[in-house]
Design a protein around this ligand. Structure first.
Ligand SMILES: C[S@@+](CC[C@H](N)C(=O)[O-])C[C@H]1O[C@@H](n2cnc3c(N)ncnc32)[C@H](O)[C@@H]1O
Length: 286
């Protein structure tokens, strides 16, 4: 064999063995790495199992049902209420909502546990004028309206027209007319500055915030600037722990404008995800 060819074969065989030795350890190591990661993976699955359940119920089930039924989740819940609840009976409407949301599909209403905190605060404060930001299908609007003293009014603000259509039907089905619950279909930052002029509001005794969390702080500051909060006005904000509203909580603690407390609870209709509502009582302008 000529020397040049011999040398070439030597190089090729060295390359091949180098390649084999670089593949072998990898083949040997990959199952070992996989095994090492298995406990970590299991720990993550166990630790975050409730978030997986939430994702499954709130996203996957909804997506499949949207495809199968061709109507929105909000219309589906309304049809269920229409066929299962007693018209004119707010308790029956709320129970039917709760049943659907815990057994059929997930909707982020405040639910019965946080609902009881809301009920208690409404009883304690007896507000005459209430503002709700984020009506969705009207669950909390019905919940608030049934606790109001005679003559009190709730202004409920919803920017999504589809949701508002369902909410309107739900609120009227539960037995509340326009004098008790007025639904305003516009974004909160357009409504708050016009409450005095367009709706004749002089003071807000109670504000319930349950719209997009990024709107909590700007809307609270807009309310402070509007002069509609008076001494003792209550602002109750849902989901301040999950998904969370850190800027809002920082302002609540640092502004000195409020006495405040957090009511700890769990996320509606899902066990195991911690959540809470912030109660702010306005100190008034000194
Ligand atoms: C979590 S849902 C409200 C649930 C409702 N409070 C309940 O518990 O029955 C949030 C709703 O707020 C509405 N929303 C979000 N940001 C808003 C805004 N800036 N102005 C008005 N509505 C808003 C959304 O369209 C959605 O329907």
């Amino acid at each position: 064999m000529p020397a040049a060819q011999h040398q070439k074969e030597n190089v090729t065989s060295r390359r091949t063995s180098a390649a084999v030795s670089s593949v072998w350890p990898l083949d040997m190591v990959s199952p070992a790495i996989a095994l090492a990661f298995l406990p970590l993976l299991l720990t993550l699955i166990i630790r975050y199992r409730y978030y997986f359940v939430l994702f499954y119920r709130a996203v996957l089930v909804r997506w499949v049902q949207d495809l199968l039924t061709g109507i929105s989740r909000e219309e589906r819940v309304y049809q269920y209420i229409l066929t299962h609840a007693t018209a004119g009976d707010p308790d029956s409407v709320l129970d039917t909502f709760d049943h659907w949301c815990s057994k059929v599909e997930f909707i982020s209403h405040i639910g019965p546990k946080k609902g009881m905190i809301l009920d208690r605060l409404l009883k304690e404060h007896c507000p005459l004028t209430v503002l709700e930001l984020g009506t969705h299908c009207g669950y909390t609007a019905v919940r608030i309206a049934r606790s109001l003293p005679i003559g009190a009014r709730l202004f409920s603000v919803e920017m999504d027209e589809g949701n508002a259509r369902v909410a309107e039907k739900v609120i009227r089905l539960a037995g509340f007319d326009d004098d008790t619950v007025e639904l305003i279909v516009r974004p909160s930052d357009e409504v708050i500055p016009r409450l005095r002029e367009d709706y004749g509001v002089e003071r807000l005794d109670f504000v319930f915030m349950d719209h997009w969390k990024r709107c909590y702080l700007p809307d609270l500051q807009m309310l402070e600037g509007s002069g509609l909060l008076g001494e003792g006005s209550v602002v109750l904000a849902d989901n301040v722990i999950f998904p969370g509203a850190p800027n809002f909580l920082r302002h609540m603690r640092r502004s000195g404008l409020y006495e405040h407390r957090i009511h700890r609870a769990t996320l509606e209709y899902i066990r195991g995800i911690r959540d809470g509502m912030a109660e702010l009582v306005y100190r008034g302008v000194k």
